[in-house]
Write a protein that binds this ligand. Sequence first.
Ligand code: AMP
Ligand code: ZN
Length: 457
Amino acid sequence: MPLQLFDTWTRSVREFTPLKPGEVGLYTCGPTVYDYQHIGNYRTFLFEDGLKRVLKLNGYRVNHVMNITDVGHLVSDGDDGEDKMEKGSRRTGKSAWDIAALYTESFVGDLKALGIEFPTTLCKATDNIPEQIAFVQEIEKKGYSYRTSDGIYFDTSKQASYGYLGRLDIAGLQAGARVDLGEKKNATDYALWKFSTPDEKRQMEWDSPWGRGFPGWHIECSAMAHRYLGEYFDIHCGGEDHITVHHPNEISQTEAAYGTRLANFWMHGYFLITNDAKMSKSSGEFLRVQLLLGKGYDPIAYRYLCLTAHYRTQMNFSWEALDAAQTGLARLRTAVHALGEPTTPDAAFVARLIDILNEDLNFPQALALMHEALKSDLPAPVKKATLLKFDEAFGLGLAIWVPLVVEAPAAVRAIADARWAARNAKDWAEADRLRGELTALGWAMKDGKEGYALGKG
Ligand code: AMP
Ligand code: ZN
């Protein structure tokens, strides 16, 4: 079956055909680096990584661009409030530039830990200031901007199609915002360029034809997408929160400057929520990849957990679910490892996998197929090759996983063997006594069905 993807633009699943044969241009909105990313953010990045992997399984080369938002994202999704970077700088006592570097580095580390493939181009907003200024000039030239006392704004009333992606009720929004519009002409207008104010000393600011200041948040994506992918490319992704503000604004800018709606497909990952509430960085309570590691979880277990829910449904996070994912992953790893050397994948299973994934990335069903393949009576080398092929889509790193072997000294192994024998003979008192001996020597023994494992206790 040819690849079918859900396009938020049309609100329907439709067949994907690349604009250029064999190659896919993909833009994904990246992190705002004023703080660590939480595992909710990574749910979106994992969905995008899954999309990339499925595109590759379909034989496409993927030119993937992701931005790093290191300036201009204001605390409110409107255009007021502080820049998140300047706020982060105050919170940490470090410069805005230093925290951008710190959280970008942490982001890159998390991508590796989660097995997320690196984008072809990872670009920073602050490295693309001239491009953003030129883009705003283009919008100005086409007559879509106006000036207020605090910046240059996009006039959304000039575009009949504005907000189509979000199916926005423009009249309703306008009526609701009448009182606090300020100098903005329309409720949905947004800043293209903001002026530095005389009373604040911004750490990140640049000269522009309109005065010293900094770019609005939305212009960076339009400008970098244009620079690296051109006026019209295949797929643009982000989290579901972008459907109503950020992405309609990106589209309006590119439409004003170049007459295209930026991307052929618009895809959105649905949120990770906790106890049915949205997980967000600004709420101050969020789970980081490092925190999972600190609690003894493998980040890949989180990846596995994300595969169990379709990207177009919200997923509620719970520790029980993560425990179950960690156990499921451990079983899968051990079983795949035990299959020995791979030969050639089973063509029928691979074809079924691609069919399932080509139905709008149905990873939960693909995971079920993986377990079916594991239980099948395929010969071990073929089964192994099949599962490794599957893992090109899942990204669980099954090909490189090896069991952690702790070499115990012979004396320790002898006690463990004796305890195993006592346990099998149901001599519980002796088994407990020998466990005590192991503990005293600093070893822990874990009983399995077929045998035991020894670890440093
Ligand atoms: P930000 O760092 O806030 O710019 O967000 C980076 C990406 O994470 C964006 O694509 C957001 O839409 C997405 N995102 C934010 N919160 C969540 C969440 N709770 N679950 C899934 N994705 C999220
Ligand atoms: Zn964006």
